[in-house]
Design a protein around this ligand. Sequence first.
Ligand SMILES: C[S@@+](CC[C@H](N)C(=O)[O-])C[C@H]1O[C@@H](n2cnc3c(N)ncnc32)[C@H](O)[C@@H]1O
Length: 199
Amino acid sequence: MARYQHRDRFYRKAEELGFPSRAAFKLEELLTRFKLVGQAARVVDLGCAPGGWLAILSRKVGTSGRVVGIDLVACPRMAANVRIVTGDVADPEVGLKAAEALGGAADLMTSDMAPKLSGIAERDQAGSQALINAALGLGRMLLRPGGAMIAKTFMGPEFADTRARFSRDFTRVEVVRTRASRPGSSELYFVARGFQGGR
Ligand SMILES: C[S@@+](CC[C@H](N)C(=O)[O-])C[C@H]1O[C@@H](n2cnc3c(N)ncnc32)[C@H](O)[C@@H]1O
């Protein structure tokens, strides 16, 4: 019952506010807590469909900012300051298209990407790991020095290694949970600040 109420509260609120998904609340919570984005910022959102995070980011950066969303599946472009690149984040062409759409180095990269789950723990963990690595690779290509990244992850055997990778590229790395995550979910977020230019 508690589980149902929790889910229902966030679903209802998403509907009231016109957000495409409850995922938006997780990002809103992280951005409020860490104050990572402001007006006129450039942001890249990986795994953007159906657009919950884009809606939040578009509002935060305002009319003089720019948000570029990337996803394997088509995602509606919901505002004038949003651009969409459809493709795989691991494809270098997709990175180039995103750079062009951004028009300058990114202040923030967000990633809510998740692999298609097979139910086989090892395979799913490897898929999740590959997505984080692709996100870090794109971060090196698109972030400005001092920029930040928020990336979803799951607790698994590769966790310490992934954390070490973030620490190589960023001066401050934290791992946090959000209240809007489903109860019992093993979902975590890396919040990494102070990008060091991929040295
Ligand atoms: C949980 S959903 C994102 C929800 C979104 N943040 C929102 O607020 O609406 C995860 C997304 O990651 C995308 N994805 C998974 N692997 C990807 C890849 N290799 N490249 C680009 N997008 C990917 C999926 O297509 C899916 O739309």
